[in-house]
Design a binder for this molecule. Structure first.
Ligand SMILES: *Cc1c(COP(=O)(O)O)cnc(C)c1O
Length: 424
C-alpha cells in the first residue's frame, strides 16, 4: 500500500530520502511540491524562482499547460506499442523534429545518456562502413571537462574522478583534448582512424565554459577537412537555452525554426534531450542525414520506450511552445540584461569575480577555492531569499531560469541575487 503523501514536513521527507534512497545526489535542502512557469513551491508553501530549470529540461516553464495537455490526452489514448508495430504518432513527430532542426532523420531515445551512446555507436558504424576504418580501430575525440552522462562508456572518457573512480574497466577508443583548443583538435584529427569529434557547444556541467566565438565554426570546418563526424551534444545547450535554436547556431539570425541548414555550423550528428519534453517526460533524440543514419538497420539498435506515443506527442508540443512563445528571442534578450546586471554587481562586491554564459545559460564564479563551502552557503541564502540555484564544481553557481521569464521577473531575481551577495 502506498502511504499518503500528505502531512509530511520537509524535514521528514528529506529524512525519508536519506534513509531509503541511494546517496548518489547531494540536494540543496528544499522539498518541492508544485511548479508553475518560473516558480516552484515547497511543502510549507513558500514560493521560489527556479534558477536551475532541472538542468535546462524545463526551458518552457514548469507544467506548461500545452505540453501537459498533450501528455494527458495521449496517455488516455495510447501509451506504448514498442517498435514492434507502427503507431500513429511517431511518424508525425519524426517529420516535425527533423524539419524543425533541418536533418533527414531522427533516432528516438529516452535519456540524454542513451542518446549520446546512440551517437557514439552511429559514428563508429559509419566509420567502419563508410570510411573503411579497420574494425575496432575507430577513435572519437572528446574534450577535457566534458559531461555527456553516466553510462559505463560515457564515464570512460570523463575527466571527473567522482564520475569515474572504481567504475572500470573502461571502454577504449577515445582521445581527450583540451576544450576550446583548435590546434589540439587539428593535431588529434590527424591521427589515424579518427571517426568523430564529440563536443558540448558550451560545457554546462563543467561550469558553463563558453568557448571562443569561432571555436565551433573552426571545429566544424576541421571535421569536414579530415572527414570526421562533428557530433554536437546539445542536451543542455539546445532548444533556445542559449538564445539561439541550438548553441552551434552561434549568432545565426534564424528565428525559431532552422531556415538555413547549410550555413550554420550544422553538426553531422545532433544530440538532444532535456527540454525536448519541457521536463514532463524523458525524451531524447539523435538527428543525422541519410548517409549517416542509414548505416543502422533493423535489429542493430533500439529501445522499448524510445519513440513511444506519449514521448512523440509531448515533444511536438514542447517544440511548438518554443516556437509560438518566441523563447529563443526572450532568452537572448534577457541573457544580455542578466549578464550586464551581474557585471554591475561584480563591480560592487569582492565575493563574485566573473559572470559568463550565453542566452539564459550563465554562471558566476565565487571568489573562493573550489573546495570551500562559500558557493553552497550562498545558495542556501539565495534559497532563504526565494531563489533556487546550485553550485557546480565547488565555486561556480549556474543560473539558468525557465525561458518563459519576463523582464520584470528577471529584475526581481537580479534584486534577490544582489541583496544576497551584498549581505553575505
Ligand atoms: C544532462 C546531460 C546529459 C545526460 O542526460 P541524462 O538525461 O541525464 O542522461 C548528456 N549531455 C549533456 C550535455 C547534459 O547536460
Amino acid at each position: 500500500m502506498i502511504s499518503t503523501m500528505e502531512n509530511y514536513t520537509s524535514e521528514e521527507l528529506m529524512q525519508l530520502e536519506d534513509q531509503h534512497g541511494a546517496h548518489n545526489y547531494h540536494p540543496l535542502p528544499v522539498v518541492l511540491t508544485k511548479g508553475e512557469g518560473v516558480y516552484v513551491w515547497d511543502v510549507e508553501g513558500k514560493r521560489y524562482y527556479d534558477f536551475l530549470s532541472a538542468y535546462s529540461a524545463v526551458n518552457q516553464g514548469h507544467c506548461h499547460p500545452v505540453i501537459v495537455d498533450a501528455m494527458i490526452n495521449q496517455a488516455k489514448t495510447l501509451t506504448l506499442t514498442s517498435r514492434a508495430f507502427y503507431n500513429d504518432v511517431l511518424g508525425v513527430y519524426e517529420k516535425h523534429i527533423t524539419e524543425y532542426f533541418g536533418f533527414d532523420k531522427v533516432l528516438p531515445m529516452n535519456t540524454g545518456a542513451e542518446a549520446v551512446e546512440t551517437a557514439i555507436k552511429l559514428c563508429r558504424k559509419w566509420a567502419y562502413e563508410k570510411r573503411g576504418i579497420a574494425e575496432n580501430a575507430a577513435k572519437i575525440i572528446v574534450c577535457e571537462g566534458n559531461f555527456h552522462g553516466r553510462t559505463t562508456t560515457i564515464v570512460s572518457f570523463s575527466s571527473d574522478n567522482d564520475a569515474k573512480n572504481n567504475f572500470g574497466p573502461f571502454t577504449p577508443g577515445f582521445i581527450k583534448i583540451p576544450y576550446n583548443d583548435v590546434k589540439a583538435l587539428e593535431e588529434a584529427l590527424k591521427e589515424e582512424n579518427v571517426a568523430g569529434f564529440l563536443v558540448e557547444p558550451i560545457q554546462g556541467e563543467a561550469g558553463v565554459y563558453t568557448p571562443d566565438e569561432d571555436f565551433l565554426t573552426n571545429a566544424r570546418a576541421l571535421c569536414t577537412k579530415y572527414n570526421a563526424l562533428f557530433i554536437a551534444d546539445e542536451v543542455q545547450t539546445g532548444i533556445a537555452r542559449t538564445g539561439s535554436l541550438l548553441a552551434v547556431c552561434g549568432n545565426c539570425t534564424c528565428e525559431n525554426k532552422c531556415e538555413k541548414q547549410a550555413t550554420y555550423n550544422q553538426p553531422d550528428i545532433l544530440i538532444l534531450g532535456k527540454a525536448l519534453s519541457g521536463g514532463v517526460y524523458p525524451v531524447s533524440a539523435v538527428l543525422a542525414n541519410n548517409e549517416i543514419m542509414n548505416v543502422i538497420k533493423p535489429g542493430q539498435h533500439g529501445s522499448t520506450f524510445g519513440g513511444n506515443p506519449i514521448a512523440g506527442a509531448v515533444a511536438v508540443a514542447a517544440l511548438n511552445v518554443v516556437y509560438n512563445e518566441n523563447l529563443i528571442q526572450n532568452a537572448r534578450r534577457l541573457g544580455n540584461i542578466f549578464r550586464s546586471e551581474m557585471q554591475r554587481i561584480i563591480e560592487k562586491s569582492d565575493l563574485v569575480v566573473k559572470v559568463r554564459g550565453k542566452g539564459l545559460l550563465n554562471a558566476i564564479i565565487v571568489n573562493d577555492s573550489p573546495d570551500s563551502e562559500t558557493a553552497w552557503n550562498l545558495c542556501l541564502k539565495l534559497r532563504d531569499n526565494g531563489l533556487l540555484a546550485k553550485p557546480t564544481h565547488g565555486n561556480i553557481i549556474r543560473f539558468a531560469p525557465p525561458l518563459v521569464m519576463t523582464e520584470e521577473q528577471l529584475m526581481e531575481c537580479v534584486a534577490i541575487i544582489e541583496k544576497t551577495i551584498l549581505e553575505f
